[in-house]
Design a protein around this ligand. Structure first.
Ligand code: C2O
Length: 516
């Protein structure tokens, strides 16, 4: 097929997307990074130059939601599928656009993406609904003014069980005016950047909006004042259309909606989080607004519409009911060949660090250890130290995962390399029997897991590789809420992993040795 070429230079810099000058990390000096576009079946080739300098210098880019069926080594996860890209070096990703719809990419090295190493990825494919125009991506995110590393450190050393770090703002496509005079003394403000994102539309026409939650942790509730939205896909899976007024998006999730504007002048678009658990334990959570301009109303028209009532915080932070979210192309649930139970706990280790545990293990990846996928391929004996949290599913054909969350935070759970079936969710434990629409369960790559609740997922072992399964909240990964599923290891050894993967490790080793 055709190849789409991109060139990314990653570097440190400053940016003031909301009027507050922040130390950021940028892709080609843009916040968010550039849009990657392709047609379904194309190859995408992205050359990444790591020009980041500073203490947190390695990097890698993950293509969230792509299956990487032909190239599992291009999944972009340090410790698992590749060595970090060393400072001053270049790595070229090349992979197939093997699914279609709305996606995104982000650094998978520590929580770098919170500082700006992310962008949208749109893969064009068939459409099953009528609309007049694709309005493009709308990225919503909670946003911290401090660099990500200090957010991680403070969260990990906090002695309260509830989330202790609160976002300073929320952005829509990288914008939302912030009252910078409220910021700490010594902050630099640039109010010329403090503007709303704007969208121009025609009344009566129907638009497709591609919503992405690219945030650090908050579950976002997206709406357009006085309008219905028609949901047509979740993550990379088309679903049978249904109407709603609020779209729920956990970090990492995407939803495409149709929207037909009516009215005069302009309308507010909004995203907000519920205060209690879904965005951290505080009563007033930040929200973002953007302006929808109708027809020929002037650029400076400020909307006067009022928002739909905010979502009721019932503590579940749930995605839409599974009864509503039926895939457009049905796939019946196969019999599982194994069921694996996962218990998520929060706790404090001997040195007082606040960590998360999956079945008693907290993943603490060491970027200097061998890479799981490469080690497996060469039949090296890999350190199956419990801290690595690897589950080897051997030759199982369909794997059911029953996850129970024994703590106060919701977790948007993401699996690499697959669209999983979502069988059941709810408060407390699964009854072991109930399955929503076994003839056509919801499928997606990220699903919200409720505080003290369960979610039951299943995926077919059709993609030999090493696939992380983790919470997408930035600091929860660093706190160890991360495990890796090894799928058909004997078939991994058959694959021809390109030499460049080993070369990347050689460069990384040289860099780390230089720095001891
Ligand atoms: Cu978008 Cu492993 O994540």
């Amino acid at each position: 097929g055709v190849t789409r070429y991109y060139d990314f230079t990653l570097s440190r810099g400053t940016a003031s997307p909301d009027g507050f000058l922040k130390q950021v990390m940028l892709v080609n000096n843009e916040f968010p990074g550039p849009l990657v576009e392709a047609n379904w079946g194309d190859w995408i080739q992205v050359t990444v130059h790591n020009n980041i300098s500073g203490p947190e210098d390695g990097t890698s880019i993950h293509w969230h939601g792509l299956l990487q069926k032909e190239t599992p080594w291009m999944d972009g996860v340090p410790s698992i599928s590749q060595c970090p890209i060393a400072p001053g070096s270049t790595f070229t990703y090349r992979f197939r656009a093997d699914v279609y719809g709305t996606g995104w990419y982000h650094s998978h090295y520590s929580a770098q993406y919170l500082d700006g190493l992310f962008g949208a990825m749109v893969i064009y494919g068939p459409t099953h609904t009528n609309f007049d125009e694709d309005l493009g991506v709308i990225m919503v995110q909670d946003y911290f003014h401090r660099p990500y590393f200090s957010v991680l450190k403070d969260e990990m050393s906090s002695n309260v069980t509830l989330q202790a770090q609160f976002a300073d703002n929320t952005l829509i496509n990288g914008r939302m005016p912030f009252n910078c005079s409220l910021a700490a003394r010594g902050s630099t403000c640039d109010s010329s950047d403090a503007t709303y994102s704007k969208f121009r539309v025609r009344t009566g026409k129907t638009y497709k909006l591609r919503l992405i939650n690219s945030g650090a942790g908050s579950i976002e509730y997206f709406s357009i004042d006085n309008h219905q939205l028609t949901i047509i896909s979740n993550d990379f899976v088309d679903i049978i259309p249904y109407n709603t007024t609020i779209v729920t998006l956990g970090t990492g999730q995407r939803t495409d909606v149709l929207f037909t504007p009516r009215g005069n002048g302009s309308i507010w678009m909004r995203t907000q989080t519920s205060g209690k658990f879904c965005g951290g334990a505080r009563s007033v959570a930040p929200k973002a607004q953007a302006i929808i301009l109708l027809d020929d109303y002037p650029e400076d028209t400020i909307p006067t519409t009022t928002g739909n009532p905010p979502p009721v915080d019932n503590g579940m932070c749930a995605n839409d009911p599974l009864d509503l979210t039926l895939p457009y192309y049905p796939i019946a649930l196969p019999e599982p060949s194994v069921t694996y139970n996962i218990l998520i706990n929060q706790g404090f280790n001997a040195t007082g660090q606040k960590l998360f545990y999956m079945n008693g293990n907290s993943f603490q990846g060491d970027y200097n250890d061998p890479i799981l996928l490469l080690a497996e391929q060469k039949n090296y004996s890999y350190p199956y130290d419990p801290k690595w949290n690897v589950v080897n599913f051997q030759t199982n054909s369909s794997i059911r995962i029953n996850v129970y969350n024994n703590n106060t935070s919701p977790h948007p759970m993401h699996l690499h390399g697959h669209d999983f079936f979502v069988l059941h969710e709810g408060a407390g434990l699964w009854d072991g029997v109930s399955i929503n629409h076994p003839e056509n369960p919801q499928r997606r790559d990220t699903q919200n897991l409720a505080p003290f609740g369960h979610v039951v997922l299943q995926f077919d072992a059709d993609n030999p590789g090493t696939w992380p399964f983790h919470c997408h909240i930035g600091w929860h990964l660093s706190q160890g809420l991360f495990m890796t599923f090894m799928e058909r290891p004997n078939d991994i050894t058959q694959r021809q992993i390109p030499l460049v993967m080993a070369e990347t490790c050689t460069k990384w080793d040289a860099f780390t040795k230089k720095n001891v």
